[in-house]
Write a protein that binds this ligand. Structure first.
Ligand code: RET
Length: 278
């Protein structure tokens, strides 16, 4: 006989798989988790509107490019959090043997709630943070695109760490690879771009952004390690709030600081009407 619903599938000893609608319900049954997503949708939307308003009189092409770059951070973010809220980019992942959350069940299914959409969408949002920072520091495109390539590599290997179910050692191996890529980015920001910002004359704003970025970005692997993906010290809702708060600092606060600086179109960051023409 054909099983009538997911529950009867479990009864018949076939692994139960939650539908997207059930994941959606699961999120909204936990207001703490739901709010960690919804707040960010609201903040990303407000940030996009604020950038459009603040940037409406920009004339310099280089200043405009920095503004567009920070706008794209929030464009990705609103999509990312919509994916999480709808259940589209959430899964219940069964942890490998030896993992502290091994054998845990979530909403009747074996495994823990994994917000894999976060790691996926960071692949698209973090490059725009680095493009804006690199341009503010007055760096060249070789270094900016190197940092972009490494952040994409960091996020994709972080996604692999979260989704690996075969072996605990392999999960942490992905984490180590991702962390090495992360350190390359930290080096570029702290060493190369800090020196370049001194020469460009943007050291004041760059130093503030550098501290927010480097300190904030270190919070992500720490949360990964403490959350359900790693040592499972923090539960899913707390981990999610942790990421959401870090996102507020590393995206929206950084964006607003950049916008308030850029709208004045200081000579340190402008390119003149010929910028990008050749
Ligand atoms: C992971 C786990 C694997 C090891 C490392 C990580 C670092 C993630 C970072 C994310 C930054 C995200 C931002 C998003 C804004 O949209 C993938 C958590 C090193 C640094 C700034």
């Amino acid at each position: 006989m054909q099983p009538a619903n997911a529950l009867s599938l479990a009864v018949n000893n076939v692994p139960l798989e939650l539908t997207q609608a059930e994941l959606f319900e699961y999120v909204f049954d936990d207001p703490l988790l739901a709010w960690s997503f919804v707040l960010n949708i609201a903040l990303a939307g407000l940030t996009i509107l604020a950038i459009a308003y603040l940037g409406r009189n920009l004339t310099d092409p280089r200043a405009k490019m920095i503004a567009i770059s920070v706008m794209l951070i929030s464009v990705v973010s609103i999509s990312s959090y919509s994916g999480l809220t709808s259940g589209l980019t959430l899964s219940i992942i069964d942890m490998p043997a030896g993992h502290p959350a091994e054998g845990v069940t979530t909403a009747g299914e074996d495994g823990v709630l994994t917000m894999w959409g976060r790691y996926l969408t960071w692949t698209f949002s973090t490059p725009f943070i680095l493009i804006a920072l690199g341009m503010l520091a007055g760096s060249n495109w070789t270094k900016i695109l190197t940092s972009v390539a490494f952040t994409i590599a960091m996020c994709v290997t972080g996604l692999a760490a979260a989704l690996t179910t075969s072996s605990l050692v392999m999960r942490w191996w992905w984490f180590v690879i991702s962390s090495i890529f992360f350190l390359v980015i930290v080096y570029i920001i702290l060493v190369d771009w800090s020196a370049e910002a001194q020469v460009t004359g943007t050291q004041d704003i760059f130093n503030t952004l550098k501290i927010l970025t480097v300190v904030g970005w270190f919070g992500y692997p720490i949360l990964w390690a403490l959350g359900v993906e790693g040592f499972a010290v923090l539960d899913v809702a707390l981990t999610s709030w942790g990421y959401s708060i870090l996102d507020i600092i590393t995206k929206y606060i950084v964006t607003m600081l950049i916008m308030f600086y850029v709208i004045e179109e200081p000579p340190e960051i402008t390119g003149g009407s010929d910028y990008g023409a050749s």
